[in-house]
Design a protein around this ligand. Structure first.
Ligand SMILES: C[S@@+](CC[C@H](N)C(=O)[O-])C[C@H]1O[C@@H](n2cnc3c(N)ncnc32)[C@H](O)[C@@H]1O
Length: 251
């Protein structure tokens, strides 16, 4: 066939287009539907992220609240005091050994909670010693009472349902008082420490221990400041910021 420009060349028309063509790029662009396993994995990862975020948020909220508005750990959460996680870093006997508890002593566990430390105190002071427990929540006092009865130690002391500002104890009757994870829950720390100063005998000891998982955790320097203000003399510290023990003497 001819045109104005000369003959038309028709070279290899349709045949070339009909050859199979490899289209690697195009293939890669086609979205593949994820497998069921991948979708489950995705869902789990998102769920984990969300629950971790919620747990961290709840922890922060609890801590801010506890610092702005000190209050007792609700007795409904008492199981936390004896959770395996806590017992992994809290060795009750070792702690009381650090505080110099001996047979025949008169001791006080202020903020006794479920009696985790009260029971061991009762054992360490022996039949000639005395252990007082005090707590602002009656449910906690009851838990400690049951525990002491079950351990056969009920006759070694007395438990009081009372706040820290006015203890039903005579002046200077205590050799060693302990405050475990409790000072930060008391709104007027100085008031509580002055009351302890009253009931601890001259030369007696006050042991304070704090642990980070507790929302009302108090840093060591803050504890030292309050104790000094109440007239206690710093005698030593052991542990680490996560869980530490401080001992003070009453001049
Ligand atoms: C975190 S718990 C620790 C219990 C226990 N010392 C232990 O370590 O297993 C603190 C306890 O202190 C008590 N508490 C808080 N404020 C108090 C106050 N003002 N007077 C007496 N007890 C108080 C709470 O009721 C609670 O049982």
């Amino acid at each position: 066939m001819a045109t104005e420009n000369g003959p038309v060349m028709v070279a290899e028309p349709v045949v070339a287009l009909e050859r199979p063509v490899a289209l690697p790029v195009q293939t890669a662009l086609v979205p593949r539907s994820p497998s069921v396993v991948a979708r489950i994995g995705d869902g789990l990862a998102k769920g984990l992220l969300l629950s971790t975020g919620a747990a961290v948020g709840a922890q922060i909220a609890m801590r801010v609240d506890a610092q702005l508005n000190p209050h007792p750990l609700p007795h409904q959460m008492a199981a936390l005091l004896e959770s395996p996680v806590r017992l992994a870093y809290r060795n009750v006997g070792d702690a009381l050994g650090l505080y110099g508890i001996e047979a025949g002593m008169t001791t006080l566990d202020l903020g006794c909670g479920t009696g985790l430390f009260t029971e061991e105190l009762g054992r360490m002071v022996g039949p000639t010693g005395i252990v007082y427990g005090a707590d602002i929540q009656s449910a906690m006092v009851e838990a400690t009472r049951k525990r002491m009865v079950a351990a056969g130690l009920a006759d070694r002391g007395a438990l009081h349902h009372t706040g820290a500002y006015s203890l039903p104890l005579d002046d200077g009757c205590i050799d060693v008082a302990i405050l475990i994870a409790t000072l930060g829950e008391i709104p007027d720390r100085l008031h509580a420490l002055l009351e302890l100063q009253r009931v601890i005998r001259p030369g007696g000891r006050l042991a304070i221990s704090e642990e980070m998982p507790h929302p009302s955790y108090m840093a060591g320097r803050s504890v030292r400041r309050f104790a000094a203000e109440a007239g206690f003399v710093f005698a030593g510290k052991t542990g680490n910021p996560f869980c530490y023990h401080m001992v003070f003497t009453r001049p």
